[in-house]
Design a protein around this ligand. Structure first.
Ligand SMILES: Nc1ncnc2c1ncn2[C@@H]1O[C@H](COP(=O)(O)OP(=O)(O)OP(=O)(O)O)[C@@H](O)[C@H]1O
Ligand SMILES: [Mg+2]
Length: 389
């Protein structure tokens, strides 16, 4: 059928036409923002899950909601080689530009001046400004070089300004597992202080399943600061709707058996559903989508995943690391006991520790609990068995 109207969105962070099965997280966020607007502290959000389950698009939705409520909301992605200070300076620049008017209140001007000082501490030219004369305003001083102190100064002044209008400040961080331990500790302290002082400052973090443990390692009280939400594959009725709803908007109907097949092959993983939906749409002659179309589309989609999504990760591993991955794949997606992996390879735990930590650093595996390892990508085990069948 027509590629121009293909309604599926396979790709990292690509907003789906129908975002399904994430109402609980969105409702929790709405409550959190509303509470903060009334000076009532709540727990910030942590969304964690495997690759392709939909963390980025959900975080994007949360960001959009904060913006729509008139909050100052910054969205950043960790792990891009930039530190938290630089990322925060970039994230708040645009939202604050919207507040930068000559008629702005003194509190807003003070917050802008503090932001300019914060920004100057990362901007080597040090000449960036909002185009406003802030000389006579309060504020500034967020450039001591001590990250926690400077961020606290910034958040204090920003929330003082937004509170005039009953709004707050939100910081959303994607790929948060890539923050350093010190950056995580700083963030935890900030959320903690904001809660103690009832400041309207809320944080949402998204990352791999290793994120909750990494946060707990950075600060001991994270379970009281954050509400942890495990983002998983979709239950059957939502997975079916991921396929049928976007098609229906284009007046195209899926046969029930066709949906069942695509949901089964994707096992309800959002990224795979989008990929299989898209390929099925492409191969289907129309007007509706039949089981035969779904068979062809899923086979085509799987080839595409093998050559792209899975292959890209496999190619990142060295031969020794691939042996390690093959040994985990025997247990499927559930993951393995590290000792069992060593036994399978005929090695001691210390002999395989380098491969293990390299694979964790490359983001291919993670430790779901002490002494265990698992793939960060759903169905990686199947891919590996397909390669060596
Ligand atoms: N709830 C959902 N309903 C329908 N489609 C979704 C949903 N969540 C995500 N998707 C689709 O799944 C794909 C992956 O989404 P996204 O990039 O947000 O995943 P992710 O968890 O951030 O992955 P990664 O860990 O690789 O960054 C996209 O194509 C997106 O359109
Ligand atoms: Mg993502």
């Amino acid at each position: 059928m027509d590629e121009v109207t293909n309604p599926y969105m396979p790709g990292a962070g690509m907003r789906p036409v129908a975002l399904l099965g994430r109402d609980a997280q969105q409702d929790q966020w709405t409550t959190q923002l509303a509470r903060a607007e009334h000076g009532r502290p709540g727990r910030s959000s942590v969304l964690y899950g495997l690759r392709g389950v939909g963390k980025t698009v959900l975080l994007g939705k949360l960001h959009e909601e904060a913006e729509q409520r008139g909050w100052v909301a910054g969205f950043i992605e960790a792990g891009t080689g930039k530190g938290l200070r630089e990322l925060v300076a970039e994230a708040f620049q645009l939202p604050l530009l919207n507040l930068a008017r000559p008629s702005a209140s003194e509190k807003i001007k003070a917050a802008l001046k503090t932001f300019v000082s914060f920004k100057a501490s990362v901007d080597s030219t040090g000449t960036w400004s909002f185009g406003l004369d802030l000389d006579g305003s309060d504020g500034g001083g967020a450039d001591s070089g001590a990250l926690e102190m400077d961020l606290l100064r910034l958040i204090l002044d920003l929330t003082t300004a937004t509170r005039e209008d009953g709004k707050g400040v939100a910081l959303l961080i994607d790929e948060a597992q890539d923050l350093t331990n010190a950056e995580m500790a700083t963030l935890c302290s900030l959320v903690h202080i904001a809660n103690q002082r009832s400041l309207p400052f809320v944080v949402a973090l998204a990352g791999l399943p290793s994120l909750p443990a990494a946060l707990a390692e950075a600060k001991s009280y994270t379970e009281r600061l954050f509400q942890f939400s495990h983002i998983q594959h979709l239950p059957d009725h939502d997975a079916r709707a991921v396929l049928t709803e976007p098609a229906r908007l284009e007046s195209v109907e899926w046969e029930s058996d066709a949906v069942t097949l695509a949901v089964e092959v994707s096992r309800g993983y959002p990224y795979f559903l989008q990929e299989f939906g898209s390929k099925t749409w492409s191969v289907a002659p129309g007007p509706g989508i039949t089981q035969r179309d779904a068979e062809l589309g899923c086979a085509e989609g799987l080839r595409e995943l093998d050559n792209g999504f899975f292959r890209a990760r496999w190619d990142r591993a060295t031969p020794q690391e691939r042996d390690y991955l093959k040994a985990i794949a025997i247990d499927g997606d559930a993951g393995s006991n590290s000792r069992a992996v060593a036994d399978r390879l005929g090695k001691s735990m210390s002999q395989i520790s380098v491969a293990r930590s390299n694979l964790i650093a490359k983001g291919l595996i993670y430790a779901p609990e002490h002494g265990r390892v698992a793939f960060t990508v759903p169905q990686m085990a199947d891919f590996i068995s397909r390669q060596h069948a």
